[in-house]
Design a protein around this ligand. Structure first.
Ligand code: ADP
Length: 443
């Protein structure tokens, strides 16, 4: 551009020089200068008009042919135009490939802007979520996905866990939603169709529930007959065999009832009939039963319970979870052990823990302990009479109560199993005196 400016001044100087020279020759220098400057200006205006016409034409038109500084200017502009055009073609290609690949995705992908309005979505979002390209762009997401469970999930700040819900257009389609934040407040929502997986899981659950249910009746009959025969006088070898049969049949009965309990727990995600479970007296009962179970082992128990707060939930389920943890502590602690049972409340919520100084668990097993039938030591566990389903039941019960389980253990130095519940599941213990006072106040 610098060069172009010099070339323009050079051209002007040339015209002025010729005008002056001709003027001096013909004796009218001033008039000749005026004529030559007018001529120079007319030429500039003409070139400027050509430039302006070219700029207003379609972008891919070739620039006008021209010499001198105008020619250089046209060439430079033409080069820049070609650079922009090739960049535009490249970016169009990227966008089109992105649109093609996102259209080929089976998962719905939705971009939501900072104001929670729909900005962009792919074809699968139209099929799975029912969005319409023509009318829904710019609409608030919550107007289209209104399920309160989705709204609660969306309004959270962290999206570590995905959310499973039926599609807003059909209850037969099961979706797994996952949200990620990006670009200072925008959100990327991905919804995966998991209908097939959910159906398979349902078939598995139904099979386990039906099989367990069907096994119950024959087992009851077998146990009934065994009990009757064992009550009668029988030859000794027969008694030994029958006693073993009775033990194994009882083990099987426990297994069947744990399997049935697990499939009941799996059939819904949350408990519906929540009420104060009187946790203090529930734990006392479990403690007494555990002392009975540990009679031959001579364990000591230490029980510390917060008396102010009760837990809201399903009493039988929570009893099953707490007793599983306490009975495990009894079973996996050698004679003369110490078992500490605690219930306390802090600003994070309510906590129930069972600590023992028993055999402990190697850290490699800890993450897998809540899997069904996972056993650290097959021999030791079957000796203990467990079903291998206890901790799986605990995990399900807690998740249905919005809680979670933590396990701290090291081989040879005992274990601590703790259940943590959110504050929404706590309630103040109502003491009888308070009730009487309230009644008197009301009176
Ligand atoms: P089980 O019926 O075999 O006890 P669980 O699901 O209750 O099944 O426990 C799974 C495994 O975790 C047990 O087999 C045992 O090896 C281990 N376990 C559970 N509780 C304890 C404990 N308090 N101390 C040591 N090991 C434990």
């Amino acid at each position: 551009m610098q060069h172009n400016r010099y070339s323009m001044f050079g051209n002007l100087a040339l015209f002025a020089g010729i005008g002056l020279l001709v003027g001096l020759v013909i004796g009218y220098p001033a008039e000749s200068m005026v004529v030559s400057m007018t001529l120079w200006s007319t030429l500039q205006i003409k070139q400027f008009t050509r430039l302006s016409e070219w700029l207003h034409k379609e972008n891919d038109a070739e620039p006008p042919e021209c010499e001198g500084h105008w020619g250089e200017l046209f060439d430079e502009l033409s080069r820049q135009q070609k650079r922009y055009q090739s960049r535009e073609t490249f970016l169009r290609g990227v966008i089109s490939r992105f649109q093609q690949s996102s259209a080929a995705l089976n998962d719905a992908v939705v971009i939501v802007d900072v104001q929670n309005n729909l900005e962009w979505w792919n074809k699968a979002a139209e099929r799975l979520l029912g969005f319409k390209t023509s009318s829904d762009r710019g609409k608030p997401l919550m107007n289209l996905l209104r399920d309160p469970r989705f709204v609660r999930y969306y309004q959270r700040d962290s999206y570590q866990e995905p959310l499973q819900l039926p599609s807003p257009i059909s209850n037969d389609i099961e979706l797994l939603y996952q949200i990620s934040k990006f670009g200072g407040g925008s959100r990327l929502l991905v919804a995966r169709d998991i209908t097939q997986m959910v159906r398979l899981e349902q078939t598995r659950q139904d099979f386990v529930a039906n099989a367990s249910h069907e096994l119950r009746t024959p087992l009851t009959v077998i146990l009934g007959y065994l009990e009757t025969y064992l009550d009668q006088d029988m030859p000794r070898p027969l008694v030994r065999g029958m006693t073993q049969m009775q033990q194994q049949a009882k083990r099987m009965e426990n297994l069947v009832s744990d399997l049935l309990l697990l499939s009941r727990l799996e059939s819904s995600r949350q408990v519906v009939d929540e009420h104060p479970i009187q946790i203090q007296s529930q734990i006392q009962h479990i403690h007494e039963a555990a002392e009975e179970l540990a009679r031959d082992k001579n364990h000591s128990f230490e029980v510390k319970l917060d008396q102010q707060y009760d837990l809201l939930g399903q009493e039988r389920e929570l009893h099953s979870a707490f007793s599983n943890l306490v009975y495990n502590a009894v079973r996996y602690t050698p004679p003369g052990g110490l078992i500490k049972i605690r219930w306390w409340v802090d600003k994070e919520g309510g906590h129930f823990s069972v600590e023992d100084n028993g055999v402990g668990i190697d850290s490699v097993h800890i993450s897998r302990l809540t899997e069904r039938f996972y056993r650290v030591d097959e021999g030791r566990s079957s000796e203990s009479g467990g079903t291998g389903l206890g901790l799986a039941i605990v995990k399900h019960v807690l998740s249905r109560h919005g809680g979670h389980l933590t396990i701290k253990s090291s081989k040879g130095s005992g274990s601590t199993f703790a259940c943590h519940f959110p504050t929404e599941h706590l309630t103040q213990v109502i003491v009888q005196d308070d009730l009487d006072d309230d009644y008197q106040d009301a009176g």
